[in-house]
Design a protein around this ligand. Structure first.
Ligand SMILES: Nc1ncnc2c1ncn2[C@@H]1O[C@H](COP(=O)(O)OP(=O)(O)OP(=O)(O)O)[C@@H](O)[C@H]1O
Ligand SMILES: [Mg+2]
Length: 292
């Protein structure tokens, strides 16, 4: 067996060449996408994926070309929300074709690589795979989902982030020109506590924060559209003032959001409702930030 001492230079792997080539491929894809926006929270289950999908629907309704990268590798939701089936990869010379979801929104998700909807992501069959190894595999997978997908020309690429404030590191290193992050919280004190960590982390890393969205801010009756309080908790607007970030959306809890069938988004059906208008207002604030 050869040892390091026997290898001359890179041992013939042309590692520098490979890395340069991968970087160039990623760059050429990203150069065709005008604005890249990450939607995140730190906290799980606060509506990141649902809001990402409905914001995409609203942007598309306004004439923008939109794509979504599902960066949640272990709990991907975007295929289900936009109605793209599993195991649907189409490979062409230019790369992998993105899935075409509701309103023609282009998506790429780990779900598209899995055999069926109930197949979990298994990085390795080894039960004792180390955390470092799994995290390296995850970083590589995100890079490939971004760089191998033939996104074409897009106005917006929305990135649906998994829970946890550490995942932005990888996205930030792959997309240094990220327009910014939209932070999402529900009014509960626990959610506000965790989203604060994510905001602080982004501040420290120099990731611009587009603003804070309060999801499930109130309860809106789907029949009479009357609003009421849902959670006890300190005003989320106060949190945005404390952290010096804009408060860009107040989206009610509306049962119709969770009742939408796969491939049908709430916004398209109910854009004139109280909740639909709240989504549109959030989108207007994102547009304003981008124009600035
Ligand atoms: N405004 C809303 N009104 C009603 N239901 C909502 C609303 N926002 C989200 N939901 C519902 O809450 C649940 C969690 O939402 P979602 O999966 O989008 O959260 P998430 O933050 O992406 O979760 P995860 O951290 O697991 O990725 C879903 O069942 C969704 O339909
Ligand atoms: Mg999600």
């Amino acid at each position: 067996m050869k040892t390091y001492d026997d290898l001359v230079g890179d041992g013939g792997s042309d590692i520098i060449g490979q890395v340069t080539q991968l970087g160039a491929k990623l760059r050429s894809r990203l150069d065709k996408i005008k604005h890249k926006v990450a939607l995140m929270s730190g906290k799980g289950g606060v509506g990141k994926s649902s809001i990402t999908a409905n914001i995409a629907s609203c942007l598309s309704d306004r004439g923008y070309k939109v794509g979504i990268l599902d960066a949640d590798l272990n709990g991907p939701s975007i295929c289900h929300l936009l109605g793209v089936g599993n195991n649907k990869l189409i490979k062409k010379d230019e790369g992998i074709e993105p899935g075409l979801g509701h309103q023609g929104i282009k998506i790429m998700s780990m779900d598209m690589l899995l055999k069926s909807a109930d197949t979990p992501v298994m990085w390795t069959e080894e039960a004792n795979a180390t955390a470092v190894w799994v995290s390296t595999m995850e970083s590589t997978a995100i890079r490939e989902l971004l760089a191998d997908t033939n996104w074409g020309d897009l106005d917006y690429l929305l990135i649906d982030m998994p829970p946890g404030s550490d995942r932005i590191d990888n996205i930030r290193s792959l997309i240094p020109e990220l327009a910014g992050a939209v932070e999402i919280t529900i009014p509960s004190m626990l959610s506000q506590h965790i989203v604060t960590k994510s905001i602080t982390k982004n501040h420290k890393m120099g990731v611009p924060i587009i603003g804070l969205v309060e999801n499930m801010a109130t309860y809106v009756c789907p029949h009479c559209e009357k609003e009421g309080k849902l959670f006890e908790g300190e005003d989320v607007q106060k949190l945005s003032e404390r952290k010096k970030i804009p408060y860009i959306g107040k989206i009610p809890f509306d049962t119709r959001v969770s009742q939408s069938k796969s491939g049908q988004l709430f916004y398209t059906e109910f854009k004139d409702s109280v909740t639909g208008k709240a989504i549109a207002e959030t989108v207007e604030n994102i547009e304003k930030f981008i124009k600035k």
